[in-house]
Write a protein that binds this ligand. Structure first.
Ligand code: ZN
Length: 313
């Protein structure tokens, strides 16, 4: 029976037992491999925990590349439990911290890059808001977005986080420069530059994808701007990778951040697969334009292992 493909097993009805229903690939979503003094949006996994997480995955799961995931999805051959690693945004630590560990354990990963800050020292706007409102005050250093709002400053920070998702880039810049005069950009909060992205791209383990130009919530802006955001970022990534086909992940990626009227853009830009930030396991019925992912927090190995093992339950 071992030699039968998943497809053949499907044909024979051998994959229909309840035990098999929850099999498939867990596409993990990381952002930063970094040890920050504050992490209000819970975007960072420390290098130490990341290494432990990779060791756990290596010992317990098949970790597949983006190309294998897409191939198996198209062939409807995604049967056994597997893991696929992805990163969103394109922070410089993806090169300096994540890549050496991915290479050490020979693990493939896809990195979706928000292209608007390539070659700039700018921080992303959510990091600037965190820096302006929270990072300067010790009492907020352990606060994060899953905690209740402590006071009016946190409420203001949270309101701005929400409104910035659909605010245009020009207004964001004006607002931030008024709010944050005393907060120069921090070097380890920047996006990778072109040379660094090329270096990353030259690794056989890394696949680069697009994540829009300005990180708007596409579900909250108009269709035309959404299309421009996708086109601009895919073109920049394609110039680095020289590959015709490309993958894309929605900024924020929740239900309200996505739209269902962009298929023509995905088609014209040769976007093979679209990734969300919506919890779920990818299986043979998954739509390639709506691939769920599992958001990963800064969990130590034992807690991470239990979390991952429970994903299929
Ligand atoms: Zn993002």
């Amino acid at each position: 029976m071992g030699i039968l493909s998943c497809f053949a097993k499907n044909l024979l009805g051998l994959n229909n037992s309840p035990k098999k229903i929850n099999q498939g690939c867990a596409v993990l979503l990381y952002h930063r491999i970094f040890n920050p003094s504050i992490d209000a949006q819970l975007l960072s996994v420390t290098p130490e925990n990341f290494e432990q997480q990779l060791i756990f995955l290596k010992e317990n799961y098949e970790v597949i590349s983006y190309q294998t995931l897409i191939h198996r999805l198209v062939e409807k051959n995604l049967c056994d439990r597997s893991i696929c690693l992805t990163f969103d945004d394109g922070y410089v630590d993806n090169l300096t911290e994540a890549l050496p560990l991915l290479e050490k354990y020979n693990m493939p990963a896809t990195i979706f890059v928000c292209t608007g800050n390539i070659g700039k020292s700018n921080e992303f706007w959510w990091d600037m808001l965190e820096n302006i409102f929270l990072a300067q005050n010790e009492k907020y250093l352990n606060w994060n977005a899953l905690s209740p709002a402590l006071d009016p400053i946190i409420v203001r920070y949270q309101n701005l986080q929400e409104s910035f998702k659909s605010l245009n880039q020009e207004d964001r810049t004006i607002l931030l420069s008024n709010l944050g005069k005393l907060c120069p950009p921090r070097e380890n909060y920047r996006t990778m530059n072109l040379q660094e992205l090329s270096e990353l791209n030259s690794s056989e383990l890394i696949n680069l994808g697009a994540h829009t130009e300005n990180h708007y919530s596409l579900g909250r802006i108009d269709q035309e701007t959404s299309a421009q955001e996708i086109i601009a970022s895919t073109q920049k990534i394609r110039e680095i990778t020289s590959s015709r086909h490309i993958s894309f992940s929605y900024p924020f990626g929740g239900e309200l951040d996505c739209r269902d009227d962009l298929d023509h853009v995905f088609k014209s830009e040769n976007i093979d697969a679209v990734f969300l930030n919506q919890h779920g396991i990818c299986n043979n019925n998954t739509d390639l334009k709506r691939i769920p992912r599992v958001l990963i927090r800064d969990l130590p190995s034992a807690v991470f292992g239990e979390f991952v093992n429970n994903l299929w339950n």
